[in-house]
Design a protein around this ligand. Sequence first.
Ligand code: ADP
Ligand code: MG
Length: 318
Amino acid sequence: MRNVSIHYGDLVAVDDVTLSVEPGSVLALLGPSGSGKSSLLRALAGLEPLAAGQVLWDGIDLSTTPVHRRNFGFVFQDAQLFSTMDVGRNIAYGLGKLPRHRRQERVREMLHLVGLQGFEGRKVTELSGGQAQRVALARSLAPSPRALLLDEPLSALDRSLREHLADELARILREVGTTAIHVTHDQDEASTVADTVAVMDHGRLLQRAEPDVLWRNPASRDVARFLGFSAFLTNDQAAALGWVGRLGAHEVLGIGPRSLELHDDGVPLPVTSQGFALGEVEIGVRLPDGQGATLTAAERTTAPQVRVRLVSGAVTPA
Ligand code: ADP
Ligand code: MG
């Protein structure tokens, strides 16, 4: 994508985005709802006109290549299976050119890949949400597209299934070796599935990085906030809370839910709230300069304040 902009009337949905995906790698487009992810994905597919810029494949401008000739596969939030066909015929749908026995072999291969061996004859109305998404993935991969575009394919599933399928999807995409772009608003999912994460907000590309770089060094406070780092401390403020690291002159430390821990010799901080996340207690505290932060603990506290030590954070520009 080179300087791609997409407009809807006066609304700038995508604003001058330049991004590339290496062959065989997985790129996540990560951003809050309305940040322009789906618009950009549709533009790659040829489903959305560009206000400016170019979409290129291997250096060749695709502007005159229609949707069906781009040879991209799609998976959407809703599996969009053909309800009148069984699972096998859904997966065989794009395989018209193959002889019948090769088609059946390919369907079997794909079902094996997505962990649904023996499901050929199953009605699609009898699949669970997770199974339907596996079939949708198998259908889109069956014709060996040169790239796979996934738009929030796991977002409609409940959390435990979503986390499990994110792991599976990461495995499947690597096994197939396909170039893929995975759109999601979920930070953990993006980091699990992709080799590289591109963070978007308000139509702009804010950062493109490998997941561990992104989490350690968000390019701005906006990126850090989106990842869940809610407070920002200078070197002295961080040291006062027991942090042993050292920040550069133009850096601050982003404080996330794993940055603080309870410690008997820690700094006493007032408790402002308590809630649960994945079965653990998230205690809200007020930092000495007034910013709010949370920390994870095994149990609720009844005390008005807790003793806290700062153990880690994300380094971000001041
Ligand atoms: P995301 O996928 O990140 O949630 P979208 O690309 O769907 O974001 O939308 C980006 C912006 O463009 C939003 O403000 C959205 O309301 C607007 N938008 C998306 N599609 C259309 C459309 N077909 N017509 C008008 N506005 C649209
Ligand atoms: Mg979207």
